[in-house]
Structures are given as C-alpha cells and as structure tokens.
Design a protein around this ligand. Structure first.
Ligand SMILES: Cc1cc2nc3c(=O)[nH]c(=O)nc-3n(C[C@H](O)[C@H](O)[C@H](O)COP(=O)(O)OP(=O)(O)OC[C@H]3O[C@@H](n4cnc5c(N)ncnc54)[C@H](O)[C@@H]3O)c2cc1C
Length: 526
C-alpha cells in the first residue's frame, strides 16, 4: 500500500513510545524536560497497565522489610535474578508508592487511614497496595494520564503505530510510526535526543492470553531488528487463572482471590493443589499454572472456587472479575469460575542496565519490554508495575544527565517499505501450541519452522517485529535444555546445575534457528 511520509516531528527532549504506567511515569519524572509520549491507544486505558488487577508490591507493612521483599523475589526467580537489581527495586519501592500517592493514586486504606495491604502468591507478607479490590491498573493509569495531560512539558499522541527504529552513526535517533488506515495512512518520522521504549509485553503473540492485543512484542522486535541485546526471552509467565469462557483476550481472575483463600478444584470437585506444593494455591505461578494445565490435559476442567472465601461480597470486593464472570453468565458468589492458564507476562525483554540503558546508544527501555534482571525465571506477583515505576524514575534521571543541549544531527532517513499484513493468527496459534507451558525439542523446532515461513512471507514491518520477538522466545527456549521457573522442557525436566541468564541478539536467534533446521532432533545445545 502506498503511504505518504509527510511529516517529521522533532523534539529537543525525549520520545517515549508507550503510554502504559512505565511510559507515563517516566514522562512525569522527566519533566521539566519536554517529552512526547506516543502510543497506539489512549493514555489512561492503554496497554496491560490499565488491566492490572492485583496492585503493586512494596514492603510498607508492619514487620515487613525491603529485605523480605527482595528474598521473596529472588526465591520466585529460580536462580536467575540479578541480586543487585532486586535489592534496589525492593528498597526504592515504598518511595515510588509515595510518588503515586502524591500524584493522586487512590489506594485502598484501612479504617485507621493506613494503606490496606493484600497478600499474593509467593509473598511472605501482605504487601500489595491496591485500589477498589481489583482495580489498581485502571485507577493508576487514569491518574497518571490525567497528570501527564495537565503537564506543559508532556505531549500525548495516540493512534500511532511504531514500526521501525531509526539509527544514525550507530545511535538510535528516532522512529517511524504510522497513523491512519487505507488512503488516510501516513508515515511520521519522530526524532528525539533520547528514545525510550515502554512498549509492554508480548502475551498477544499467543492465541490464549490475558494481555490486550496491542501487547505483541513489537517494541522488543523493533529493538532486536536494530541490533539490541535481548535477555531471557524464553521466560514467559502463564497466569494460572484466566477465566476460560472463550474470549480473546481471556479475562483474568486475579491472584488476590487465591490470597483470600479461594481454592482450585477439578471437574470432580477435588482440590488438587494440596498434593502438588506445600503452599497449595499460593505456590509460585509456574507451578500452579502447570498443575492446572495437566488437569486440563487429562480432560479435567478446572475451576476457581471462591464461594466460601469471598461468597456474597464478591461483586463489591472484586468488581472487575465479577463483571467478567457476569458477562459469561457465571455468578462467582455461588458458582465456581472455569479457569485455564494463559500467556500473561514476559520476564525477558530488551537487556537493560540499572539506569534503563539498552545496548544501543540513544535507546532506553522501561517496563515490561525491558529485562532488568529483576524477575529472573519467574516474576513474583505485582512486581511488574513496580519495576516500571522504579526504572521510570531511574531512566528519567539518566536521560536528564545524559542529554547535553544541542541540535539533532543528520538528514531524515529513507522511509521504510510497506506491504499488506500477514495473518498473525498463524503465529499466535503456533506459539500457544508449541512454545507455551510445556515445551520440547520437537515442538520448538516446529515453531521455528512456522516462524521462518512467516518471516519469508511478509515484508510488513509490524509483522516482522512480531516474528522477531517470537523467534527470540522460541530459539532461546530451544537452546535452554533445562527446566527453570516459567520455562519447562518436558524433555529436560531438571534444572541445570549452574543457573545462567540468556543474552542473545536476533542474529544469534537466527543462527540457532538455522542450525536446528540442519541438525537432527535433540542436538541443539546452548
Ligand atoms: C490482566 C492483567 C493483570 C495484571 N495484573 C498485574 C498486577 O496486579 N500487578 C502487576 O504488577 N502487574 C500486573 N500485570 C502486568 C502489568 O500490568 C504489566 O507488566 C505492566 O502494566 C506493563 O506496563 P508497561 O507500561 O511496561 O506496558 P503497557 O502498559 O502494556 O503499555 C504498553 C504501551 O506501548 C504501546 N505500544 C506497544 N507497541 C506499540 C507500537 N508498535 N506502536 C505504538 N505504541 C505501542 C501501547 O499502546 C501501550 O501504550 C497484569 C497484566 C495483565 C494483562
């Protein structure tokens, strides 16, 4: 399709791609430095952020400490967390919650006025700040968007679809984004002195996901195609209790319900988690998700039974989940909720240091698209919004320090080419079938073959970005011949003796894929 490139937008400040919590918080922290926040959808309801239910983890309760929070995070991360990053995030968490309070976030409080703290799986203490039970993401997103909208320093632009980063002299200096459809489609070149990706996760690369459909790894793919180092892409977290009523994306039954005492039962009414892990329903997410997956694989439907734990108070205490159930004709106060695991969170991402710098000069990353080393092989519940806040502050500080006054260099680069989109459902179906909760050599090779076909078939850059992300997840999963955290290989069920993070580029993933097509099964080693 012919597309006009009739606009160049330049800023002397920063360009932030993504208007979820990470992008908006970074922009607010950057002020008075000017920034443009560019997003596909409307700030305030954009990305996974607005859908978050449980809340944000921070050690703010009596008897809790940042060391406890750090310990729980490291335990969940199954040997792959970066301890220095974990410490700094846990230590800075309460301060970031105070920032949100100062911005107007309406966290739930107890009768005595102190913050009400919830408990979620694998947290040793109640430490989740929340809003109206399960409405944290919507309330915080709305608060941040309103504040950003009032700021003289922040320009919010919605309806733009970014497709390619621009590199000049080895530095990221801008990006191309498309707006409009059909004859109205136009291409805009955005240039800035700092480019910050806050593009969220990649759950929607899977056919069964809790993520909004815009969370499909395009930021990760764009950065990878530009040569950025990617870390731990094989680690995808599956939420154990997506509500299984055939909706795409699948609505979520928050983990806080299990924190309240809701239990998992199978079609025979048996509670099966007590036989799987000492913490039963509050075991780490990957363990709960796999236990549910196995029940379903053995033809047992699984239900979250909240009748005793929440009962008649359900509609008032968990209005978002209640609404999703009611829309499917289920009354969770009196009926068990059908649930199944769904792709939910990406622990891996664009490799970042403690300042949010990627490996590419000029490119910072923040939020779910980044891999800071906080989550290791498995994210602790409610640590992800927190990561966006802590690194939003850190990126803002670093960008302010790194930018010296001066004009932008260079001539605008040639606009990228376009073609019609390829069917994403082929990719999503392959990822859900072959690169999900239980992986093996044969399935991962088959997935790489599908990815290679899609790569050849499409010149559409948005598709190339998605395919690049899928390739990184799949190639790294094939290379990791062990089971750890969110990555389970049925052909390598034990963890390796030495825990090692993955760092690879798209070219490395391409080599793994090429090797695997030449070699017999079971012979691709890390
Ligand atoms: C249902 C659900 C419940 C959750 N509950 C919790 C919870 O209770 N606690 C917790 O800590 N975490 C939770 N999470 C995870 C958490 O919500 C996310 O990790 C977090 O919101 C990510 O924030 P972000 O700002 O990095 O990205 P997002 O909020 O996903 O925002 C991404 C932004 O990037 C934009 N974007 C992406 N690609 C492009 C492109 N190509 N062009 C233009 N714009 C683009 C999008 O439009 C969007 O504005 C939950 C996730 C889901 C899905």
């Amino acid at each position: 399709m012919p597309i006009r490139m009739d606009n160049i937008v330049e800023t002397d400040g920063a360009l932030i791609l993504g208007a979820g919590i990470a992008g908006l918080f970074t922009a607010l922290k950057l002020a008075p430095m000017p920034s443009i926040v560019l997003a596909g959808t409307r700030p305030g309801v954009s990305g996974s952020s607005a859908w978050a239910q449980g809340g944000i983890a921070a050690a703010m309760g009596e008897g809790d400490s940042w060391q406890n929070h750090a310990r729980d995070t490291v335990t969940a991360g199954a040997g792959l967390c970066d301890p220095a990053i974990v410490d700094l995030v846990a230590r800075e968490a309460p301060e970031r919650i105070h920032d949100l309070l100062a911005l107007g976030a309406p966290f739930d409080r107890k009768a005595d006025g102190t913050l009400a703290l919830g408990r979620e799986a694998a947290h040793s203490m109640p430490r989740i700040v929340h809003v109206k039970g399960d409405g944290a993401g919507a309330a915080i997103s709305a608060t941040l968007a309103a504040r950003a909208g009032q700021s003289q320093c922040i320009t919010l632009l919605e309806g733009f679809h970014a497709i390619e980063l621009v590199m000049e002299d080895g530095r990221v200096t801008g990006l191309f984004a498309r707006s409009g459809m059909g004859h109205d489609a136009r291409l805009v070149l955005f240039k800035a002195r700092a480019i910050i990706l806050a593009t969220g996760g990649l759950g929607a690369l899977y056919a069964v996901t809790t993520n909004p459909l815009e969370s499909r790894g395009e930021g990760l793919g764009m950065a990878a195609r530009a040569g950025a180092m990617i870390a731990d892409p094989e680690f995808v977290q599956f939420h154990p209790t997506a509500i299984a009523v055939g909706r795409d994306p699948a609505p979520l039954a928050t983990e806080a319900l299990r924190g309240e005492g809701a239990i998992l039962i199978n079609g025979r009414g048996e509670r099966f988690m007590t036989g799987v892990h000492p913490d039963a329903e509050l075991a780490p997410r990957d363990i709960v998700a796999r236990a549910i997956h196995r029940q379903i694989a053995s033809d047992q439907p699984v239900f979250l039974d909240c009748r005793k734990a929440v009962g008649a108070a359900f509609a008032q205490r968990f209005p978002t989940v209640y609404g999703a159930c009611a829309a499917a004709g289920i009354d969770p106060a009196t009926q068990p909720i059908p649930v199944a695991p769904a792709a939910h969170y990406h622990m891996g991402g664009i490799a970042s240091d403690a300042r949010g710098r990627s490996s590419l000069p000029g490119l910072w990353v923040v939020g779910e698209c980044a891999a800071t080393g906080l989550h290791g092989a498995n994210r602790l519940a409610s640590n992800s919004l927190l990561e966006g806040l802590v690194f939003g502050e850190r990126v803002a500080q670093d960008v302010r320090g790194a930018l010296t006054p001066g004009a932008m260099r260079g001539i605008p680069p040639a606009p990228p080419r376009f073609a019609s989109p390829a069917p994403a459902h082929v990719l999503r179906e392959a990822m859900s079938r072959l690169v999900a909760l239980e992986r093996d050599d044969e399935g991962l090779r088959a997935a790489l073959a599908v990815i290679a076909r899609l790569e050849r078939a499409s010149t559409e850059l948005a598709v190339q970005n998605m395919v690049a992300s899928a390739k990184l997840v799949t190639a790294a999963a094939l290379a990791r011949t062990e089971s750890r955290g969110g990555h389970w290989r049925s052909d390598y069920p034990a963890p390796a003796q030495v825990a090692r993070r993955t760092f690879l580029t798209l070219a490395d993933a391409g080599r793994i894929a090429a090797e695997c097509h030449q070699m017999p099964a079971q012979s691709v080693q890390k």
